[in-house]
Design a protein around this ligand. Structure first.
Ligand SMILES: [Zn+2]
Ligand SMILES: [Zn+2]
Length: 167
């Protein structure tokens, strides 16, 4: 789905009645995050009253089911916070999540289809290894180098990914 459809889908779900809690009316905000590993997050601060569900801006590229499960995962945390004042991936959260149509899993068994900013490249076997940030160390290709540790002959080149979507 498009990013816009994902946002309206999430807002729609947040305004539903979840065990008597309408997250929209209760002041929960929705934001898109730059996360590339985590799919979503739930942030709250009981003293300031800050309440927010965050979804990775890359999440919309996942399947509808994966998007749904991620939103339900975070909605469960939010309702949990309303009920208990806190939330964790414990049995309370799990039973609530299952009740809401989630899969009860604390970690998603899928990842974001994201192009990372950099990659390591092996001139010998043409392997590309995605990287989120610059590496401080020189690395060699594990496939090509017969010895463990750094092997200068098969040093990986650090490159900028041209397909990387600017955040
Ligand atoms: Zn969680
Ligand atoms: Zn190689």
């Amino acid at each position: 789905m498009t990013k816009e459809v994902m946002i309206s889908f999430a807002k729609e779900l947040m305004s539903w009645d979840w065990k008597g809690y309408n997250l929209e009316e209760l002041g929960w905000g929705l934001t898109l995050t730059n996360q590339t590993r985590a799919l979503g997050k739930c942030t709250w601060n009981n003293s300031t009253g800050f309440k927010e569900i965050g979804l990775s801006k890359h999440l919309h590229k996942c399947t509808d089911k994966e998007i749904y499960l991620t939103i339900i995962h975070e909605i469960t945390h939010a309702v949990d916070v309303e009920i208990r004042g806190t939330s964790a991936h414990d049995y309370v959260w799990k039973s609530l999540n299952l009740e809401f149509g989630g899969d009860g899993q604390r970690c998603a068994n899928f990842s974001l289809p994201v192009e990372l900013k950099y990659y390591f490249y092996c001139k010998n076997c043409y392997t590309k290894i995605p990287k989120t940030r610059k590496s401080k160390y020189r690395c060699s290709c594990a496939k090509c180098s017969p010895t463990p540790g750094f092997d200068e002959r098969y040093e990986l080149e650090f490159k900028l990914n041209e397909n990387y979507e600017k955040i």
